[in-house]
Design a protein around this ligand. Structure first.
Ligand code: ADP
Length: 288
């Protein structure tokens, strides 16, 4: 069982020609409302990669929360660990999709800030892989990882966004996953490796990924050559599929290959979640 502890948001997406200046209003196209949040995206990717997956997160007591619970069901994930905050609204990401230059995003954390350590510790019980990110309180992540340690689970931390990072998390981490920007912001791979994790994986977009371990492993894994349309969520897919593969008993090189295939499949469609990611297409791409 993979247990993902993290954020769940409603992504409100608007295609727009350019960002407005201060004091200016620009017109965008029709709004698309999609399920998102790093935690939820990674849980969906783990589930679509074939792992039995739990998602532990928090939504508000509102229609957006119901929408997200339904989305969780629709992807076949267990919603038993989705808690409902009485006080805070469902988290929301306001995404301006800009031509070519990528997205500008404003996140209202909402109920994600209320994800409790107790809920996380309960959800982790019985999991063999725990996967967390930093869009929920670091104190909750730390308790989840500590509980995973005690239970003998493999702990994976995707240290994103780095603003949520605290050094004390690293003592509980087996595999740390960061992109290039995050690795630099956190002081570099060698400093991170010295602070607790068994290994660090740096994702490098279309340049692939890099694994370095305390045991001396040092491996570059190339990306799969695909026609990328939108790389939003590629990192989330990578993390979710990595967790699923490691839970399945794959070696790290094999798991990174499957994770890279998941990242590539998500890059082929708009948005962070896509039905294109499934066990069959993963196997097909990995075999190339
Ligand atoms: P993040 O979204 O967190 O910045 P990356 O952009 O590094 O993460 O992407 C994560 C992984 O997804 C990469 O290591 C790679 O395997 C895969 N990936 C990302 N972009 C592409 C792409 N354009 N083509 C193929 N694979 C990609």
């Amino acid at each position: 069982v993979v247990c993902v502890v993290g954020s769940i948001n409603l992504d409100v997406m608007v295609r727009v020609d350019r960002n407005p200046e201060v004091g200016e209003t620009v017109l965008g196209e029709a709004v698309a409302r999609l399920p998102g949040g790093k935690g939820f995206n990674q849980a969906v990717a783990a589930g679509r990669s074939g792992a039995q997956t739990r998602f532990c997160g928090s939504v508000g007591d509102d229609p957006d929360g119901l929408f997200l619970r339904r989305a969780l069901h629709d992807t076949g994930l267990d919603d038993a660990f989705l808690s409902v905050s009485k006080d805070l609204p469902t988290g929301m990401a306001h995404v301006a999709m800009l031509p070519e230059s990528g997205n500008s995003i404003i996140v209202s954390q909402g109920a994600n800030a209320a994800l409790s350590a107790r809920a996380a510790a309960t959800a982790v019980d019985g999991a063999d892989v725990v996967l967390a990110q930093l869009e929920v309180p670091a104190s909750t992540v730390e308790v989840a990882l500590a509980a995973g340690r005690v239970a003998g689970a493999l702990n994976i931390l995707n240290a994103a966004p780095t603003t949520g990072f605290t050094e004390s998390l690293l003592a509980h981490v087996d595999v740390l996953v960061v992109n290039e920007t995050e690795a630099a912001a956190l002081g570099g791979v060698d400093a991170l490796l010295g602070a607790g994790p068994e290994s660090v994986i740096v994702t490098l977009g279309s340049q692939g990924s890099w694994w370095k371990s305390r045991a001396g492993d040092d491996l570059r894994v190339p990306a799969f050559a695909v026609d990328a349309v939108d790389t939003t969520g590629a990192g989330d897919a990578f993390c979710g599929a990595l967790a699923a593969a490691l839970s399945d008993g794959a070696s790290m090189p094999e798991a990174m290959k499957r994770a890279s295939a998941a990242g590539a499949l998500v890059a082929m469609d708009l948005g962070a979640q896509t039905a294109r990611l499934c066990v069959e297409s993963l196997a097909e791409l990995v075999a190339t």
